[in-house]
Design a protein around this ligand. Structure first.
Ligand SMILES: [Zn+2]
Ligand SMILES: [Zn+2]
Length: 337
């Protein structure tokens, strides 16, 4: 059983044989896979790195034939290019991303390059392990920002990634402030953030932040990040902006006058994912509140528009308990006639 993106806004349920074994790859039985907003975005409008037809899904946990459990680092890199050799494997010139260039985890089975398997440590619940990829992206962003203990960090956007960036930031010793304009979303995330000692507001009054990160595609949020940074501050450009968005030169000039460092962040490295797993293992009760619901894979096509609206936290597809539907004998007979 696979969910295949065959074209824009066409995610089809297909019931066919598991993929054949391939040298250098391991066939994983997928257990749970997160639906990321990027999956919903590529369903709606495509993505720079997407090649169709494709099984989406880059946030998954699975087991090999010996029942060893792994989370999947969605990169597959050459190991030879200047970026791989220079410790920046997520920028590999020959990168093949699982769920984008290669089939991903919206399927009962996934073929995963051996080098992309990250063993699941004891004590991490299987559904929670799906958060290792997005939390690893947040971990990578904190690296890019050269975050240090005691720094004040502004985060725009209280979706899953914004909250994860705040939780990871707390672990790094920074003092995050999350800005989220939607009252409904604040209601969802405030208990998580409060439990971690993190403030969340609809409209910030303060400025002079050391660090800022945009966890939403809104250009106004990006502008606010710049304006509220102190001189010498650092901005992590974490979420891409809508393609039609305009950033006024007056905002860019603030980067000039205040010597603000602008740092892009895209994806994550294997080490970021392992670090995120350790963090999740230590604070499971916080991270599990980020799971909006565990749904059957057949429900995924109907859920993407909702995910795209950004009102929900993480939905997980449950392949661990998935059973092939029992054929209806009447329909079977009708088909045979
Ligand atoms: Zn994602
Ligand atoms: Zn490379």
């Amino acid at each position: 059983m696979r969910l295949v993106l065959t074209g824009l806004q066409r995610l089809r349920v297909m019931d066919d044989d598991p993929p054949a074994e391939r040298p250098g790859f391991v066939r994983l039985r997928v257990l749970y896979c997160g639906i990321c907003r990027t999956d919903a975005k590529m369903w709606k409008e495509g993505h720079r790195d997407l090649v169709l037809p494709r099984v989406p899904g880059h946030e998954f946990v699975g087991a090999d034939e010996h029942r060893n459990r792994f989370v999947v680092w969605p990169g597959d890199v050459c190991g030879r290019c200047r970026f791989c050799r220079g410790g920046r494997e997520n920028l590999c010139e020959n990168m093949r991303i699982i769920g984008f260039h290669r089939d991903g985890g919206f399927a009962r089975y996934a073929l995963v390059p051996k080098g992309s398997l990250v063993p699941l440590p004891q004590g991490v619940a299987l559904p929670l392990a799906c958060l290792a990829e997005p939390a690893g992206c947040a971990w990578h962003a904190l690296h890019r920002l050269h975050a240090r203990k005691g720094m004040r960090m502004l985060i725009y956007g209280g979706g899953t990634l914004g909250v994860l960036a705040a939780l990871v930031g707390r672990c790094w010793g920074v003092v995050p402030l999350v800005v989220e304009t939607s009252t409904g979303k604040i209601r969802k995330i405030r208990p998580i953030l409060t439990a971690a000692g993190i403030r969340c507001v609809q409209r910030p009054r303060e400025g002079g932040f050391d660090l800022a990160l945009n966890a939403c595609a809104d250009a106004e949020a990006w502008r606010q990040c710049v304006e509220r940074l102190a001189s010498g501050g650092r901005l992590c450009y974490f979420s891409g902006l809508d393609k039609s968005a305009q950033v006024p030169a007056g905002v860019l000039n603030i980067l000039h006058y205040r010597e603000i460092d602008l740092l892009g962040s895209y994806g994550l490295q294997r080490g970021d994912m392992s670090a995120a797993l350790d963090l999740i293992a230590g604070q499971a009760s916080l991270f599990e509140k980020l799971i909006e619901g565990v749904i059957s894979p057949e429900e995924a096509p109907g859920r993407l528009a909702d995910v795209l609206r950004g009102h929900s936290l993480r939905y997980l597809l449950d392949f661990a308990n998935w059973k092939r539907p029992v054929p209806d004998p009447d329909t079977e007979n009708a088909a045979a006639v």
